[in-house]
Design a protein around this ligand. Structure first.
Ligand code: SF4
Length: 502
């Protein structure tokens, strides 16, 4: 299992602004972060870095230079847990051999294995769960910033009736989890929380909600992250305005389920209203959201995407499966027919829609014919982007107790087969783009070769979709990362595109 080097590059300007220096002050503690997992975890890392920097810590992208190393972990599936453990062990070795005096483990793995981490890895000095981000200061041995902040991040008290009902049924219970603290996480940052972006200067994620109330039987995120709760409308807008003023041009809204946004404080069509407001921020160019729950997509949401140019015609709707019987066992509902009707509606209202989804292959009891249903559905739905994940057993998820588990080998065979169907679809779709022109957000030199530049169009969400390689541009063009250019697609591969700036 590869061990990740620290991936976070703190923004030098924002870090400098936050440091408080005086000639007699002791040398600030250097803190290095390794952030694993999804963008939601990345935002947590950015908040912890902001809190540390505000209190006077210096952030470093090199863990070997750090006095304090923080590993922000992921615990979504078994492979993510394994990667988290491997990274902690690697950082523990660095601590023993190098200059670091503290190793802190944060994030989802702490919610799941709080006591075990401390017991099995004695080099770990402190753990910080997903609901305790402010404890990063005491864990690092750093005093909070001396001036009291006007607003502290609030703890959310409202909830959705569905969430309360599921709580009563035991959906969030962690009683059998060794070491899990009794209280579910209920922290949520707000616009006054300091945050240091780890993404390129021109783009940022905004977490608009946290937690999840859905009953999906394969998933332990609700136990790890708590009941669904939304950030206040004004807080999201204020954060987006500030980010736009600091040079951010693209905002991606995230949460475990963005389409429930606002329901906990009685807002109807909250996500659509939020998008409308964000589209009115002058300096923003692209706004998109990820992680839509299929039966929460309303007509108003689709119309809002369709009428606002700044809202990318892009939807990410993880469907997880297409066979109604598997979806029933997953406690998600729906099925191929319902989904196809819903996709047709999305494409009717948003004609230039880019549609992404993801599936779980090999759910317990998935028969060959249920898998074939999924394959047929993928052929018919013609997604622009698709991910397929192998089912992974999670102790604590209710699917863990189901029988008829498939072998790892069979699951992998099915996953590869599904991906090969999608590869053909993607190839055909990408080929149809050749000759067309799009706005391109230039990201810089290609990670694959310094001979090419790379960027994204509105059809490409950051980090998850394919890339657009730029191999040609007019000589006099002054190309700058973070700027938008008009491009023409000249070549297509299975997932990536090649373009010329025009
Ligand atoms: S919607 Fe389902 S899969 Fe997604 S976070 Fe919630 S419980 Fe997990």
């Amino acid at each position: 299992m590869p061990v990740k080097e620290p991936t976070i590059q703190p923004s030098p300007t924002s870090q400098k602004e936050n440091l408080q220096t005086s000639p007699d002050a002791p040398r600030p503690q250097k803190v290095g972060f390794v952030s694993l997992g999804c963008p939601k975890n990345l935002v947590d890392s950015e908040v912890m870095m902001g809190l540390l920097a505000r209190a006077g810590a210096e952030l470093t992208a090199r863990s070997e230079d750090a006095d304090v190393i923080v590993v922000n972990t992921c615990s979504f599936i078994e492979s993510a847990q394994q990667e988290s453990v491997n990274t902690i062990l690697e950082m523990a070795r660095q601590k023993t051999a190098g200059k670091a005096t503290k190793l802190i483990v944060a994030g989802c793995l702490v919610e799941r294995f709080r006591d075990q981490i401390r017991k099995d890895i004695p080099e770990v000095d402190a753990v910080v769960g997903t609901g305790e981000l402010e404890n990063i200061l005491s864990a690092a041995g750093i005093a909070p910033a001396p001036t009291p902040q006007p607003n502290s991040p609030f703890v959310v008290l409202a909830s959705r009736p569905e969430g309360d009902a599921r709580a009563a049924q035991g959906r969030f219970s962690r009683e059998s989890w060794d070491g899990a603290i009794g209280d579910l996480p209920n922290y949520l940052y707000d616009d006054t929380t300091p945050r240091i972006l780890a993404t390129p200067k021109h783009m940022a994620y905004i977490k608009i909600a946290e937690g999840c109330d859905h009953p999906c039987t394969f998933c332990i995120i609700p136990q790890l992250r708590g009941q669904f709760r939304s950030r206040r409308f004004e807080s999201v807008i204020a954060e987006a305005e500030r980010l736009a003023q600091s040079g951010v041009r693209e905002i991606t809204l995230i949460g475990q389920d963005t389409t429930c946004y606002g329901e906990d404080f009685g807002l109807k069509d909250g996500l659509a209203l939020l998008l409308e407001k964000l589209a009115a921020i002058p300096d923003l160019r692209w706004v998109r959201f990820l992680y839509a729950y299929p039966n929460k997509i309303t007509g108003k949401l689709l119309e809002t995407i369709a009428v606002h140019e700044k809202i990318c015609s892009y939807m990410d709707v993880p469907l997880q499966h297409a066979s109604a019987s598997v979806l029933k066992r997953m406690k998600r509902g729906g099925g191929a027919d319902v989904f196809l009707r819903s996709i047709a509606k999305m494409r009717r209202v948003i004609p230039d829609l880019t549609l992404r989804t993801s599936f779980i292959v090999g759910f317990p009891g998935e028969t060959e014919s249920e898998f074939e249903e999924l394959c047929d559905f993928v052929r018919e739905a013609q997604f622009d982007w698709m991910g397929a994940f192998s089912y992974s057993d999670q102790d604590g998820a209710s699917a863990y107790g189901l029988d008829k588990k498939l072998s790892t080998r069979e699951i992998e065979r099915r996953r590869k087969h599904l991906m090969s169907i999608q590869r053909q679809i993607s190839k055909k779709k990408k080929k149809a783009l050749v000759g067309r022109e799009f706005d391109l957000l230039l990201e810089g030199e290609s990670e694959e070769t310094e001979l090419l530049l790379e960027g994204r169009t509105a059809m490409h969400a950051p980090e998850i979709d394919g890339k657009v390689f730029v191999n040609d541009f007019p000589e006099e063009t002054d190309l700058r990362p973070g700027q938008f250019y008009r491009c023409r697609i000249t070549e297509a591969h299975d997932y990536d595109l090649v373009a010329k700036i025009v």
